[in-house]
Design a protein around this ligand. Structure first.
Ligand code: MG
Ligand code: MG
Length: 261
């Protein structure tokens, strides 16, 4: 792996073989999230989904990257309603109309992938449906934008515009990131136009793009468990995420699920 240095940043430029390993890491994670997504149903619990995820990881021969990360207890983060990120899966059953986000990461042959899905439980109201669709749209537009020669800030701006044009609020404290031999690497991938425009993207860079926003305002707080981040105003939050690789002409979504075109 070659290293691109810009200022204080060091970004790994993955070669063809390394991208192949990341593609396999992402493919397996996509399959796992696809299965988990089908089980976001009334009465299911976060802990049940987490156990399913752990079993699938074992079966596919990948290592969970969240479990044990700074002491995190599970292989998934599961965030219901006002929970934004880093939620610890619980025994509390999902209820009709809830929002559920599953964020998950795996390691295959030392290479990380990181991805998140958000779904409504059973029948959800139009407001929640539009909210989740907006997250998917922001991520899709970001992916369509990602290509060599542009700066990270261009992607960030696309995400910010989709969020704000729909009347939602960016969570400034939570951002995407470079990914490779570590889950979190340079560069930072904010969901807003930061003053620092970030590096110019190049083929072989791999990043996790994750729009995170709320129906209310931008403020969040961490619960007493030391992990779960919730909105301060109790409003519903959303997160969706894909790991992508910058290619010669654009980008490749490494964590694509079977139900995505
Ligand atoms: Mg994630
Ligand atoms: Mg991430």
């Amino acid at each position: 792996m070659k290293i691109w240095k810009e200022g204080h940043m060091k970004i790994g430029i993955k070669d063809e073989h390394e991208i192949k390993l990341m593609r396999e890491s992402g493919r397996i994670l996509g399959l796992i999230l696809h299965e988990l997504g089908k089980n976001i149903l009334p009465g299911m619990t976060g802990l049940e989904l987490d156990a399913m995820a752990e079993k699938m990881m074992k079966d596919y021969g990948v290592v969970p990257s969240f479990k044990g990360y700074k002491g995190f207890p599970n292989v998934t983060c599961i965030n219901v309603n006002d929970q934004v990120v880093h939620g610890i899966p619980t025994r509390k059953p999902f209820q009709e109309g809830d929002k559920v986000t599953i964020d998950c990461g795996v390691i295959y042959q030392k290479f990380h992938s990181d991805s998140a899905i958000t779904k409504g439980v059973g029948n959800i109201d139009l407001e929640l449906s539009k909210f989740i669709q907006t997250a998917e749209k922001a991520l899709k537009k970001a992916i369509e934008t990602a290509r060599p020669g542009i700066r990270i800030q261009t992607i960030s701006g696309v995400i910010q515009d989709v969020i704000e044009k729909n009347g939602y609020s960016v969570v400034y404290d939570l951002i995407g990131h470079g990914i490779g031999l570590n889950m979190h690497e340079d560069p930072q991938v904010p969901n807003y136009r930061d003053i620092n425009p970030g590096p110019i993207l190049q083929p072989g860079m791999t990043i996790a793009i994750e729009p995170i926003f709320t129906m209310g305002n931008s403020e969040v707080k961490t619960l007493k468990d030391g992990w779960t981040i919730v909105t301060l105003d109790g409003s519903t939050a959303v997160q969706v995420e894909h790991t992508i690789a910058i290619t010669e002409k654009g980008c490749e979504v490494l964590t694509k699920r079977p139900d995505e075109s």
